[in-house]
Every structure is written in structure tokens, then in C-alpha cells.
Design a protein around this ligand. Structure first.
Ligand SMILES: Nc1nc2c(ncn2[C@@H]2O[C@H](COP(=O)(O)OP(=O)(O)OP(=O)(O)O)[C@@H](O)[C@H]2O)c(=O)[nH]1
Ligand SMILES: [Zn+2]
Length: 203
């Protein structure tokens, strides 16, 4: 077994340290199982790097995305659709732990002048991305957070992504794009409004 000293400052959370050591051991075991030598120069720090990377890319697991929508502005009389396009995200598919990544487009129709800061929508995307994911669930979780906090008249969330598990392995369908769409409220029931906001999301 390699050296599992982690170099974490004493004030860092004890649980995070334990978690990091557990991941490091597991990564080292995988390298050995693959026939690699985790003690060789190039791999010596790999378990530590991978552990830190996993702790980072999965750091949204216990985060409530709604926390980012606490900033709600009251802007009376504002009832036009708000669209934020091209929010870049990266996440990990929960089936293979390989990345999938792409763009999120969000639209909501405010009710009672309730608006949120534009950056907060990107923060919600970041929170739900930092966990093992499915594209369909990522899309729904963004809509859920907006619905819960802003209670808008309508929501549409579109996610376009490329899945490395479809490109690097398996079917090897390079460049295939998966598009998922979640609609809520007025955008579910009103065909005209739905068509209008859909064309805005597509850009
Ligand atoms: N619906 C959905 N499927 C996903 C997502 N990410 C990966 N997958 C799919 O999850 C499926 C898992 O299928 P399995 O048959 O259990 O696994 P597998 O043998 O590795 O499948 P192949 O990729 O077809 O080789 C695959 O079809 C993946 O393409 C996602 O975000 N949403
Ligand atoms: Zn996958």
C-alpha cells in the first residue's frame, strides 16, 4: 500500500479527511486490480488526486440547490419571461461515473414580480451537477428548485449534453447529443406560450 498521508490542515473537517482516505484506498485497490503499480513515480500521488477530485465533483451531494435561490427580488409589475441560455455544466453519469457535460437553458415566467438574481440560476445548475447524475433528473431538479422558491407561473428547463459513457466506451457514438426538457405550469398547458418560450430556449 502507498502512503496515504493527505496533507490536510488540522482544522479541516475530520469526516472529509476520513472520506478522502477511504477513496484513496479504493483507488489504489483499483490500480492494483488493473495490474498497475500504485507505488511507481507517476501514480504515487494519483489516489490522493483522484480522491480530491471526487470530493470536489461530488461536493453537491448534500447541498440543497434551493439554498441558492434565497435572494428573491420583488419587482412589481415585472411579468415578462426571463431566459438564461448557455449555462455550461459538467457532471458524472451515475451508471459509469464518466462525465457528461453541455449546456442548460432556463426560462421562467415570474408571478407577483418575484425574481431571482441571474447568477443564482447558474448556482442551482452547479449544485445539482456536483453529484452522480442522470440527465433527466438534473433537468427536473433545476425546475424543482425554481418552482419551490419562486413559484413562477411557468418554467422550462432544457439540457443538451454529451455523455462520455456513450463516446469513450460501449456504443462509441461520438458527438451524439441528448436533449431533455422539463416544463411546468403555464408552459405545460398553454400551447402558444410553450411554443414561444421553446423558440427562445433554442436560441
Ligand atoms: N436515461 C439516461 N440514461 C443514461 C444516462 N447516462 C447514461 N445512461 C445510460 O445508462 C444505460 C446503462 O445501461 P446498462 O445496460 O445497465 O449498462 P451498459 O452495459 O454499460 O450499457 P451500454 O452503454 O449500452 O454499454 C446506458 O444505456 C447509458 O447510455 C442519463 O443521464 N440518462
Ligand atoms: Zn453512463
Amino acid at each position: 500500500m502507498g502512503d496515504f498521508s493527505t496533507g490536510v490542515n488540522s482544522h479541516e473537517d475530520e469526516d472529509l479527511l476520513k472520506q478522502r482516505e477511504t477513496i484513496m484506498r479504493a483507488v489504489s485497490d483499483i490500480l492494483v486490480a488493473l495490474g498497475e503499480d500504485p507505488a511507481r513515480e507517476g501514480l504515487r500521488d494519483t489516489p490522493k488526486r483522484v480522491a480530491r477530485m471526487y470530493q470536489d465533483v461530488f461536493s453537491g451531494l448534500h447541498e440543497d440547490p434551493r439554498e441558492h435561490l434565497q435572494t428573491v427580488f420583488q419587482e412589481d409589475g415585472h411579468s415578462e419571461v426571463v431566459v438564461v441560455r448557455d449555462i455550461i455544466f459538467h457532471t458524472m453519469c451515475e451508471h459509469h461515473l464518466l462525465p457528461f457535460f453541455g449546456k442548460v437553458h432556463v426560462a421562467y415566467l415570474p408571478d407577483g414580480g418575484r425574481l431571482t438574481g441571474l447568477s443564482k440560476l447558474a448556482r442551482v445548475v452547479s449544485a445539482v451537477s456536483r453529484r452522480p447524475q442522470l440527465q433527466e433528473r438534473l433537468t427536473a431538479q433545476i425546475a424543482d428548485a425554481i418552482e419551490d422558491r419562486l413559484k413562477p407561473k411557468g418554467i422550462m428547463v432544457m439540457v443538451e449534453a454529451e455523455h462520455m459513457c456513450m463516446a469513450m466506451r460501449g456504443i462509441k457514438a461520438h458527438g451524439a447529443k441528448t436533449v431533455t426538457l422539463v416544463t411546468r405550469g403555464l408552459y405545460e398547458t398553454d400551447a402558444e406560450q410553450r411554443a414561444e418560450v421553446l423558440s427562445l430556449l433554442k436560441g
